[in-house]
Design a binder for this molecule. Structure first.
Ligand code: SF4
Ligand code: SF4
Length: 96
């Protein structure tokens, strides 16, 4: 993903950038392996409403094939995305 630089206000869903701000790696380094749980998207249940994308504090959820995916290099495992998904399409699983 390329860093998103806001040039105009999006007026359609298709114009919303892949991530809410910058590509995570543009601003920070990869996490050092301290995450002990990770969010996993259930693609069957996800409807692509983008609520998790909007609320992820690290901007590591991105749009993919009409749904969402997670950049695990920078996800800190906070679980906010799971709390915000009303459809229960995100489960937190233990890191292996
Ligand atoms: S909030 Fe849930 S249903 Fe909406 S995009 Fe995220 S995972 Fe999918
Ligand atoms: S666990 Fe936290 S950092 Fe990781 S994708 Fe969900 S909201 Fe973002």
């Amino acid at each position: 993903m390329k860093p998103f630089l806001r040039e105009k206000i999006p007026v359609a869903l298709s114009e919303i950038p892949e991530t809410p701000a910058y590509e995570a790696g543009y601003l920070v380094t990869k996490n050092a392996g301290w995450r002990n749980i990770r969010p996993v998207i259930n693609k069957e249940m996800c409807v692509g409403c983008l609520q998790c994308y909007l609320y992820c504090p690290d901007g590591v959820i991105f749009k993919k094939d009409g749904k969402v995916a997670i950049d695990y290099d920078f996800c800190k495992g906070c679980g906010i995305c799971k709390r915000i998904c009303k459809l229960g399409a995100i489960e937190m699983e233990a890191e292996k």
